[in-house]
Design a protein around this ligand. Structure first.
Ligand code: SER
Length: 279
């Protein structure tokens, strides 16, 4: 696996999906328009809800974006773990009633193994507990061995935030090796430690959640994928945590300069520096 800069990763993703017939759109602003359910945009799909729901027509049935996002549920973990931040960029490819599971999984695998050249033995996938169809696509069509596929429950493999389009999902994980692990026997994809990093979520968006737990099947099944750009860069660049990715490192260096502290000298200071950098 070759070192690739964060900005080049973004371009490689755009080029790959443009070649698969996707229209490239710019990031939407962080403040949502006409959506009272959100304070800040938290995912690539959030500004596109009306296209998923069929209330408005998208400019293309295949779209690719890199959306600026803010997520705060894990704010307490920022700086403590290798992989949490509040502001991040999310790469995503979207299908509005066009392609579905087969293409989404095949193209994701092609991108990570052929373009990014990630070693296949370090990749793991998960599927929603009863989603045999996706399990069989990974196993039979893509050829992943069964010890690299697992089934997880709603908490991990059913994507929804508040109200709106949602559905079962399948996630791709990278094994960063034992030195990042918790050492527990059952450590694997879905474990809270920093060994198996989930970096790409493929959502098979099929339901509209009214926010009170009522799920209505949408007219068309859609695809909504999300890959954290900084997490991806962390894996590809082989750095310990997302604060050490090439572009984020520049921000961290600036924080150190203003605060007149050095990074890497004490754990306590490092956590504080990472918090200021990442929030
Ligand atoms: N909506 C999903 C997520 O944010 C995939 O884009 O993870």
């Amino acid at each position: 696996m070759e070192w690739i800069g964060l900005n080049q990763l973004r371009t490689a993703f755009f080029d790959f999906f443009k070649n698969k017939g996707h229209m490239l759109l710019g990031s939407y602003p962080l403040v949502p328009k006409n959506d009272n359910s959100l304070l800040l945009i938290n995912s690539g799909m959030a500004p596109m809800k009306n296209w998923f729901l069929g209330k408005e027509t998208p400019p293309s049935r295949r779209i690719v974006t890199c959306q600026k996002c803010i997520r705060t549920p894990d704010i307490d973990l920022v700086g403590q773990t290798a992989r949490h931040g509040t502001f991040f960029e999310m790469l995503g490819n979207f299908s509005f009633g066009d392609y579905f599971k087969h293409e989404a999984t095949k193209w994701a695998w092609e991108f990570v193994t052929c373009v990014l050249k990630m070693p296949q033995n370090k990749l793991y996938v998960t599927v929603y507990e009863n989603d045999d169809e996706t399990y069989n696509i990974w196993k039979n069509d893509i050829g992943i061995s069964e010890d690299h596929i697992s089934r997880l429950g709603k908490e991990d493999n059913f994507w929804e935030i508040g109200s709106g389009p949602c559905g079962p999902c399948s996630e791709i994980y990278f094994d960063r090796g034992e030195k990042f692990g918790c050492g527990r026997k059952n450590c694997g994809p879905g474990c809270e430690c920093d060994r198996f990093v989930e970096f790409w979520n493929l959502v098979f968006s099929q339901f509209d959640n009214d926010g009170n737990g009522t799920y209505t099947r949408m007219k068309n099944p859609n695809i909504d994928t999300g890959m954290g750009l900084e997490r991806l860069a962390c894996i590809i660049q082989g750095v310990d945590n997302l604060f050490e990715v090439d572009t984020i490192r520049e921000i961290l260096a600036h924080v150190c300069e203003i605060a007149e502290v050095r990074y890497g000298e004490s754990l306590k200071n490092d956590v504080s520096i990472r918090i200021i950098t990442g929030i």
